[in-house]
Every structure is written in C-alpha cells, then in structure tokens.
Design a protein around this ligand. Sequence first.
Ligand code: SAM
Ligand code: SF4
Length: 469
Amino acid sequence: MQDKIHDEARQGEAFASFANDPNAYKKKFYIESYGCQMNFSDSEIVASILNGAGFGATRNFEDADLVLLNTCSIREKAEQTVRKRLTEFRKTKERNPGLLVGVLGCMAERLKAKLLEEEKLVDLVVGPDAYRTLPALIEEAETGQKAVNVLLSRDETYADIAPVRLDSNGITAFVSIMRGCNNMCSFCVVPFTRGRERSRDAYSIVGECTHLYRKGFKEVTLLGQNVDSYNWHDEKADSTISFAKLLSMVAEIAPDLRVRFSTSHPKDITDEVLHAMATYHNICKYIHLPVQSGSTRILQLMNRTYTREWYMAKVNRIRALLPECGISADIIAGFCTETEEDHQDTLSIMEHSKYDMSYMFFYSERPGTLAARRYADDIPEEIKKRRLQEIVLLQNKLSLESNQRDLGKTFEVLIEGDSKKSVGDWMGRNSQNKVIVFPKEQYPLKKGDYVQVQVTDCTKATLLGKIMA
Ligand code: SAM
Ligand code: SF4
C-alpha cells in the first residue's frame, strides 16, 4: 500500500502509549483517529497536551478515563463511521459513568454544540484549533457539565508543542507545516472545519525534523492541505520563507534524511519547488497532485482554478524537470452535472498523467459547501458508482503498467521494517514512494538502512526485488 493521505487501513487506529514512558500518570486517555494524515498528526499534538495534563495513553478503551475520537467530515461516510463508533462506547459508559467521551476535529467543528444534542453520550466537543484548552475543558466536563470549544484561530499552529509520536515505526514521521486552507474548492468542507490557512514557524519545523533525525528517523513528510502556498514571514530577518526554501532547509539537515511533502495544489506548485526537488537527492521524487476531474467545465464548477490543459501542461513540466518523478492524484466521480463526456475526460487525463496511484471517491455532498448551496447533487448514485468503478479499473491498469516499467531497474530503498507477510523479507520504499518487498538474505541490515534493490517482479500494488550486493 502506498503512503496514504487518507489511509483506509488506519481509520480508527488507536493511539499507543510510547514504550517505556517513565512518567506516572493520574489518569488514562484513549484516542482514535479518522480521516487524513493531518488528523493523525493532530492526535500526536493532543497526546502531548494530555501528557502534560497528567494523562497517559492506553490502547484499551475499557481502561480509559477519557475516550477521544479525532474525526473527519470530508465525506458523509466518514461521519457515519464515527457516529456508529460512538454507539459502541455507550455500554462502556454505562459500566463506568465517570468516563468522559470527547469528539475532536472536523466533525466537532462542523456540528459544534449540535453534536451534544444529537449524541447524548458526548461530553466534550473540541475543534482543531482549540486543543490547548483541552485540560480546562476536561476539568469542566469532570464537574458534569458539557464542554465545547470550537473557536477557529488565525494563528494557531501548535509550533511549540512537541508531538508524541503515534505508535510509529521509528523511521518515518509526519510533520505539520501549516494549517487550514484558503482555497474554496466548491465540494470541500475543509475551509469550514479547519479555518484560514496559516504557516508554521520555519525554524520550529527544522527543529522538529532535526530532533526526529537525531532520534533515528530517516524520513519526514511535510504536511499541509496545500503545501505549495506555505509562506512564513521571518520577522527577525524581515524575510519570507517559501515552500521551496523550506524544502531546501529541511533537506540540508542531513543527506540521509528523506523529505516528502503532501498535498500539492496544481495551481500552486512552482518551478522553484521542482528545481529544489531536482537539486537535493534526499527530496523524494514523488508528487501527489490531485486532479479531481479531467473536464474543464467540471473543474470550473469545482472552483479548482485550472483547466484540463493547464493541469496536463503541469504534468508535462514535472516530467521534463524530473523524469523519474512519481505522480499520484485524487479523483472525484459524479460531481454535480457531470456528463458521460466529462467522465471520459477524467479517464483520458488519467491516461495522459500515467498516475502511479490514485485516491478515488464518488462525490458526497457536504452541507454548507459552495457546491451544496449552488448546485444540485444530480448524478444518481448508481451512475456515480459505475463511473468510480471505471476510474478504479483504469487506475489498476495504470498502476500495474507503472510497476512493470520498473522491472530490471535498481532503486535506493529505505527499509521501514519486516514485510507484512514474512519476517524473511524487508519492506521499504523507493524515492517515488513505491513499496518494495525483498528477501533479507544474509546481509546484516536493519530498519532505517538504505539499500540498493533491483526490481525482479511486481503486482499492481507492490514491487518485488533483490538486494544488489
Ligand atoms: N487539500 C488536499 C487537496 O486539495 O487535494 C486534500 C483535501 S481532502 C482531505 C482529500 C480529497 O478528498 C480531495 O482531494 C478530494 O478528492 C476528496 N474530497 C473532498 N471533498 C469531497 C467530497 N465532498 N466528496 C468526495 N470527495 C471529496
Ligand atoms: Fe479542500 Fe480544495 Fe482546500 Fe484541498 S485545496 S482542502 S480540496 S478546499
């Protein structure tokens, strides 16, 4: 599986306390995360804040004094999953009436106090910019009152909070570089749930990445909804740090620290960024470049601010400057008014772009978004699903072809750990973010090492290889 923005396998994953934590805690919290990587990253900030307030993590909710769900609103299904999960905590709460249940993240922000009326067992509702107030809100809830803070902020970036790493492999980590989003894609709820875009202090980002490297991490992924519009004003030096500059600063921490980033908006990714990628060997040659649709008419209704031709030219530019670069996309099937011809345009832009992989969804109307207010959600569900199925089938073909093009090539691979299927095999990734599985053989390697691996076989999801001595 590729490095997912919205990893289905991780939905609802519980936070594990870090090994050998020497602190004694008065209470225990349990947290589950849903949605995009940003939420998983936020849970690590929440864990840090809660540790500071005397709460230790547990992986068993039956043991917890506080249960938190860090939620996603991006599609209706994401919200339904959380509501269903909440009902499962009812029994635990009956057994342990002192247990507090909190909803964090995008659903908390979207539904605000309404969530307390709709979900009676919820005690706390906390939006993504209000996590610093969690200790006070918990105290309030402990007195039997319901506690809500969903204020959005123009400057909160949690820059000074050292995240507690969520049950990580110790090799790869996500580092949040900005919050919020100023784009107004008409289908998207994010600008409403996460507020205005703001960039985090570049030096605190470099500091966090340096610290991770010193602890043995070998790869950082810089995270934001639209990383290419990162822009931080350094008041002391009276200068502005762009995303390209930030990338170079992180790349210079150490040549064997890999740097990745996600997500890029096609309208914002600049030649300067592509040049930085070409200059530094350790900036990975992989761009997640959501297209959403291949039809200019639909892209306009989506308010994506680029045309089909503009997007295709951007892909050509990436291929020209970075011939080895992997490209992936997000695609939405069945947006309002989408015709068969529009759908065909999506299929043909996928062929043009030769995506190595994609995250594919059918359109889900979200209350309050521009699309919900302006356009009818008029594509019947079975048509949405059929189109999505065609997109998925084409992507499977493109992924397999992409992997087949790698047969015989040799890649530098960062070992992330044992393969899921066999302890006799390593699993790692190449710069293009493709997963490679290969036999350990007699070599004295360990996770976190780099190794040259030749590709000998593949499936649509995985490359199989052999260590080059
Ligand atoms: N900021 C990133 C971007 O612009 O690509 C990621 C935003 S979102 C967390 C991830 C993906 O969810 C989007 O790229 C889009 O394909 C999909 N998405 C967002 N709103 C959606 C909706 N209402 N229905 C279906 N898919 C949606
Ligand atoms: Fe949503 Fe568009 Fe912002 Fe991505 S860029 S978070 S899709 S509004």
